[in-house]
Design a protein around this ligand. Structure first.
Ligand code: BGC
Length: 690
């Protein structure tokens, strides 16, 4: 018997022994992060934990755990291996504290920089998002811990998140918002998925037969189970959310297996009554419970601990990985006259200023569910002090310093902490990047802008280092500042990574996973209140598929920094592109593109070779170009490499609303190859024939 058959048999045996009441119990959570048990059958509690940046303190009995850089940082690294390693390390840490499911990765699309949870996610592009989430899920599950991609689907803002309905057309839903979930399900087979709070086209996702049953379970063949987001169905978490009045059979028939963190829709009394009234059958319940049991078997709930992967937390390896991720995710946005990297042997004095210089971001629930409190956290200031010890004097006075480092950006502070009432005072400084709230402006706070302008007047060698999780505007100061680094939220080893980049031990190679607009109005989600944050609890995705760079390219809007952008301390030359086969016939086909690239500078460094496809002629409107492939390559000075990049047929396709499927239309495609979505050096034509 194959191991799959053994697993199936185990599940069926358990199912046949469960009473209907016990089955009902398994459909709901018990206490914040756990589920009910059936001790007589060895069914233990299925303990879950947040979240994508490491094991959160609030779901690990207040333990301190490795705090990894934020999702935006991981996406900015454009490195699948790091995503796998990060997932694997988080899986190990989950095991170490007896948890069986990690509530992550977060794979909602960055429709607007204002979304308070942008920092947790992987940016604006579905291809990049899935390329990060697939290895992340595989990494978590390599430890026999269930991953839980979230929040399915179109949870792209925090304002009214429990009640807002996302009004979105079919093609956009599939092409932009469902795609990363689809690919992750098909390629990484996550064992669970979390449905989102919001409604899609006026229907709660956890009650949507279309989104759960038809698309996720049937069409994509998802073999895991669906759980709700916390309190999505019940009262308790929000001022404006009434408990759901829906009868339980709607969610049962839709395919919702687990209601978290406790039963409301699936409360025992409600289930019993609906069952008595023949609203659903025991077979309907079996379908949901079978999925749950199947996952319980996969995570080894019925096996001896010894036979399972061994968990470990806070290892040197995990901490080094956190640093490496931060190093690779840092994006060099500007470097006038190669002012960076700084030469440690030639500098006497550096001034360090700014609100984020010595700020710790790994605090209890700081930023919401994704918060991780680590055993230690190296701030930017500490990292630089460590690096400069006995060599460079660190001061706060920009006047006679060789350089000034200004640590600016955002934070996770709640405005409520600062305000006595709920009104928002634009003068007040708050970062607003957090669960349950959205940002309200793209610019940095007034006082940061003033500090930048004042400092650079005093000392022209002022370098701005941004610590934040989503795009910010820079029009008020960028011209005057010679160098800018985007660090994101860099995790517990961030300070060391920052020091390494500033002093050139690490050559920056990060690339933006999200377009930085000049003004918020340039972002298509911000055309009116209707499009963000919505009117009468409906938010209209009028921009359709034109999200992020797809819009900026189509409408010819000049971004501040384009998607995929990031500088290096060296330079690369794209020499030549070849392919052994320029014809593609089916969605499953793969062709290999080979790009010859040379490091023509004097420092070793890595470049992300990016490929964007242009559909030359198509029966539907399509974006100018879309990301279809990338590979990160490390090159010594003067070294040349042939980078091999796979392009899949399915990544060239669009979602066809008439056939309700992905359509790879025949015709020519131009592949544009370069170092950002707007810096394209080579072209190659390929043809789809069918
Ligand atoms: C968040 C989820 C999180 C859950 C459990 C919810 O408020 O939206 O991302 O996993 O809480 O903490």
């Amino acid at each position: 018997m194959s191991s799959k058959e053994i697993e199936e048999r185990k599940v069926e045996t358990l199912l046949s022994k469960l009473t209907l009441n016990e089955k009902f119990k398994l459909l709901t959570g018990y206490f914040f992060f756990q589920t009910h048990t059936v001790p007589r059958l060895g069914i233990k509690t299925f303990k879950t934990t947040d979240g994508p940046l490491g094991i959160s303190q609030h779901s690990s009995f207040l333990r301190r755990n490795t705090y990894f850089p934020a999702g935006m940082n991981l996406a900015a690294a454009w490195n699948r291996e790091l995503a796998y390693e990060c997932g694997k390390a988080i899986g190990r840490e989950a095991r170490a504290i007896g948890r069986l499911c990690v509530l992550g990765p977060g794979i909602n699309i960055g429709r607007t920089p204002f979304n308070g949870r942008t920092y947790e996610y992987y940016g604006e592009d579905p291809y990049l998002t899935k390329e990060m989430s697939i290895p992340f899920v595989k990494g978590v599950q390599s430890q026999r811990i269930a991953a839980c991609p979230k929040h399915y689907v179109a949870n792209n803002q925090e304002t009214n998140r429990y009640t807002v309905s996302v009004e979105v057309d079919e093609r956009t839903l599939h092409e932009i918002y469902l795609r990363a979930f689809k690919e992750t399900v098909e390629e990484a087979e996550p064992w669970t998925i979390m449905s989102s709070y919001n409604l899609v086209n006026s229907e709660y996702v956890h009650e949507s037969s279309k989104l759960l049953n038809d698309i996720l379970l049937e069409e994509w063949n998802f073999s895991g189970f669906v759980m709700t987001d916390w309190w999505a169905t019940a009262e308790g978490d929000s001022k404006n959310k009434e408990p759901s009045q829906s009868p339980p059979e709607i969610a049962i028939k839709a395919g919702l297996s687990l209601e978290m963190p406790k039963g409301h829709l699936y409360e025992k009394k409600r289930l019993e009554e609906a069952y008595r009234n023949n609203k659903f059958t025991e077979e309907d319940i079996d379908k949901l419970v079978r999925r749950i049991l199947n996952v319980y078997v996969k995570v080894g709930m019925f096996e001896k601990i010894k036979s399972l992967p061994k968990g470990k937390r806070n290892t040197k390896r995990h901490q080094t990985l956190a640093r490496k991720m931060s190093e690779e995710g840092i994006v060099l946005l500007k470097n006038h006259n190669n002012i960076l990297p700084l030469d440690i042997d030639r500098i006497k004095k550096i001034a360090i200023l700014g609100p984020n210089a010595n700020k710790k971001f790994g605090k209890f629930l700081y930023g919401g569910a994704a918060a991780v409190k680590p055993p230690y956290e190296i701030t930017a200031m500490q990292g630089i002090q460590e690096k400069c010890k006995n060599k460079i004097l660190i001061t706060e006075d920009p006047t006679n310093s060789d350089y000034v480092l200004l640590f600016m950006g955002l934070n996770h502070d709640s405005p409520k902490k600062l305000m006595s009432d709920d009104t928002i005072d634009e003068g007040i400084e708050f970062g607003n990047e957090s669960e349950k709230m959205d940002r309200r402006k793209l610019e940095l706070s007034e006082s940061q802008i003033n500090l930048i302008n004042k400092t650079v007047k005093t000392n022209p060698n002022t370098i701005v280092v941004l610590i934040n999780g989503s795009p910010v505007a820079m029009d008020d100061w960028l011209e005057k500042i010679p160098a800018v680094l985007e660090v994101w939220y860099p995790g517990m080893e961030g300070g060391r990574a920052i020091a390494k980049v500033i002093f050139g031990d690490v050559n920056p190679s990060g690339k933006l996973p999200m377009t930085f607009p000049k003004k918020i109005i340039d972002n298509p989600a911000h055309k009116s209140e209707k499009t963000f944050p919505g009117v009468d609890l409906k938010v209209h995705y009028e921009e359709g598929i034109y999200v992020g760079y797809r819009y900026f390219d189509k409408k010819n809007v000049e971004p501040l920094f384009p998607f995929g952008y990031g500088l290096s301390y060296t330079e690369f030359k794209f020499d030549e592109v070849t392919t052994s086969n320029s014809k593609i016939t089916a969605l499953q086909d793969v062709i290999e593109i080979s790009v010859k690239i040379t490091n023509i500078g004097e420092r070793a460094g890595a470049e992300v070779v990016q490929i964007y496809s242009e559909d030359v002629k198509c029966s539907v409107d399509r974006p100018h170009r879309e990301l279809v492939g990338f590979e990160k390559v490390f090159l010594e000075p003067s070294e040349t490499k042939n980078v091999s990049i796979e392009i899949k047929g399915k990544d060239l396709a669009f979602y066809d609303i008439s056939s309700k499927s992905w359509n790879l239309e025949k015709g020519d495609f131009i592949l544009h190859i370069g170092s950002s979505s707007r810096d394209l050096h080579l072209e190659k034509k390929i043809t789809v024939i069918n």
